[in-house]
Design a protein around this ligand. Sequence first.
Ligand code: PRP
Length: 243
Amino acid sequence: MPSPSHVSAGGTVLSPPPTAGDSGFVVSQKLHVLPATPALLAAHTLIRDRDASREVFTTQSRRVFRMLLETAVGLLPSEPKEVLTPAGHVFTGLVLTENVCAVSVVRAGESLESELWAVVPGVRVGKILIQRDKSTAQPRLYYSHLPPNMEHQHVLLLEPMLATGGSLLAALDVLASAGTPSSRVIAVNLLSSPPGLARVMEEHPDLTVVTSSVEQELDDNAFMVPGIGDFGDRYFGTDGGGS
Ligand code: PRP
């Protein structure tokens, strides 16, 4: 994770984080890495532990998702809004001004949905089913079902893992075909790899990415280092371990 000194007050990375290395990392004002607060570091410590129970893994993952989603929603267009408090005083806050929907990259992206409902109640959620081939690491698109009027939507694209970037690129193709340019997409991501980020942001320089960690590298099996293992299997309990 980046040190706070690499993150502006708004959370925008101004220079490469120390863990990113030189393996194709793209410096961009569109990349937002969560500040390495004690709360984030504690959650990462728990979910990266290979011995974490499923309960700990899912609970702490959702803790980080809430941080990611709050940051992502804070990047959406908004305007000031005044309300009257019960004490009769004016409070000036803000309200979102544009249409917003979410799209989950199934299966792992669905794990963000429970926190999404809490942050943006009632938001519409589309689905794109993409699976990475276990031997080639190439993504395959099986299915998509999106909300109406995608050409007028800002999209929170829920994809926890950005390894080679192939799955995210495939999802962005689906959104573009539906009329949503990457300039109106915020990818909400738990872990990202430097080469995956470089690939995605080179093809989509207008895409915004919110992540909680830029990892050190990808290994020969297209897993991130130090990484978290197969997120989907650990979250949904299909990894064959534990109860
Ligand atoms: C994993 C992960 C991402 C994708 C990332 O999904 O959840 O969707 O791989 O890899 P990439 O950046 O190299 O494309 P997987 O296909 O294993 O499916 P899952 O969501 O069911 O775990």
